[in-house]
Design a protein around this ligand. Sequence first.
Ligand code: GLA
Length: 672
Amino acid sequence: MLSETRRTILKGIGAFGAVSVITNEFDQVSAYETNDHLAQTPPMGWNSWNQFACDISAELIKETADAMVESGMREAGYEYINIDDCWMASERDDDGNLQPHPERFPNGIEGVAEYVHDKGLKLGIYSSAGTRTCQGLPASLGYEEQDARSYAEWGVDYLKYDNCYNQGVDPRDRYAAMGKALRKTDRDIVYSICCWGKYDIYKWGADVGGNLWRTTGDIKPVWNANDSAWYEGIVDIIDLNEPLAQYAGPGHWNDPDMLEVGVEVEGYPGLSDREARAHFSMWAFMAAPLLAGNDIRDMDETTQKILTNEDVIALNQDPAGVQGYRLTVDGKQEVWKKPLANGDVAVALFNRGDSTKTFGTTAEALDLEDSAGNSSGFVVDDLWTKETRFTRGPIKDSVPSHGVTLFRVRQGTPDDAPSAVTFDVDGGSDSIERGETRSVTVSLTNDGRTAVEDIELNLDAPDGWNVSPQSAVTFDNAAPGKSIETSWEVTAPEQIDQGEYEFTLHASYTWDDGAKTASTSTVWELETLPAPPTGETYLSDHEWVDATIGWGSIGLDESVNGNVLTIGEATYEKGIGTHAESEITYWLDGTMSQFVADVGVDDEVTGKGTVRFSIVGDGETLTETDVLTNGDDPVSLSVDVSSVDKLTLVVTDGGDNINYDHADWADAQVLE
Ligand code: GLA
């Protein structure tokens, strides 16, 4: 029997005209026999690539298996230990068999498989649907049956099958050939197709036996990668994977790539704890495979706690197998929904913006029926704080920048839970000058059905900051639907490093006629700013707020290579030498009137490099140049910046790639 989805997928593949090609090739196994009996829930485990790349060995794999058990990860559901690229020797043996790398796996893969199996875990391996793997080692195109037999004989339980060196052979033929070869072995081997979201794989991956297929390019430990980067960051991947929700289900999953929680690799910023929690939450929510990518033998407590949050894992492993999807988007704030097998609904409040925001949805918008009538309501479990609250309908939270609140919601009256209350913080702008005093208004709303009482609000500030309440911080009660409000004055220290500073708000309250206490909290951040420039200031003499560069390091009064700034043979003593992609932000505080500069590609790269310069004020593009190239005369810019608080100098690649994009902001100056 074909399910509705399966029918749609078959129609999809028919439209490619590929059916006959594949069918002819299949002698013993039907072209459309899937592997859906495996991976009924998204696979969970670990993969060596994100942290270790080619630096792998039998020892590492065995120690990782030990750590899976000791860290509680096996107990939490992690099962597969997957060896990625570089496990194989540089040549096949005389009979054409793949051989393990003699130093990395001196005793073969079998011994490792046995060790892993003895721990109650399973072993995964890697190859490519090409003549070579992405690291240039022998791969399986043309050797599908022989290699599948080797994997099965060694005791392999999972194959990740990449797309490098594919010789331009039709992807449907390449991936079907391995799917068929795996099914011909008498071993259950999960088939993970890795063709980077190409070829509409999500439409036909299941039909060639795929249990999961990559929907994107390679992930790196970065929140947001530039469009032109060759890799993807967390939010890039979320945007690529979300629209594919309809293709996921038990036995066949979208794969937005392996986890970066706790991964530390040179050249990438890594994720903050909050970002790591958001990443894990959203992968769980999207029914993605949960394949840890960090060194689990040596992880800190925060990482371990994120990876083993059983409530979040339960969303991921929910038997209904629905990939969560966006319900509403309001600017940078997104509400996501995931219906669960038992009728509960999971909600993700995802804040991809730069400041704390209060937002959410309602039980009604989630289609949660309040069938028990007015006396009932909704029970909300917060899967990270582990608090259970009762709401009459609003489902919202104050979510910090790059954070996610995960709720599991059901209709009913909890035996033992207080009314939900939600903070709303308004601290004006997100940035504060050294020594500046700012008023911060805070309200707390009762979203429940019963009053909350004896409310006490507190604000924790970082060291050196001064906070003083401007009105009462204790309140007798807040009735359902009502808010209380207060404000604090916050003063930044005169001497403080530039950066983000985190404040925590707490509210404690009683319920059940004062018999029980509960609390809630939220965080928000202020960014300390340098003093704005005065008079006529060369920006190369002034402290920036933030600066990024795509290659090398930013030159002050010199090019990125350390030479005299030179554009079209004109030389400059002052200015900034950078490289695409680059963003340099200055704090002007609305005190300047004009920005001027001569821009262009530096002569130090001859005949190469294409870039575009743009000037952005408070997030809006004020002007941008055409694509400029090496040898072009300097372009003189003069831009009105009156009323601009934050000025950002942006250099983007001109459309080829960032190679040779040495970009100069010569004589860059702001004028009062
Ligand atoms: C490709 C894949 C990665 C990893 C590497 C190994 O880039 O997409 O996930 O397997 O190959 O070389």
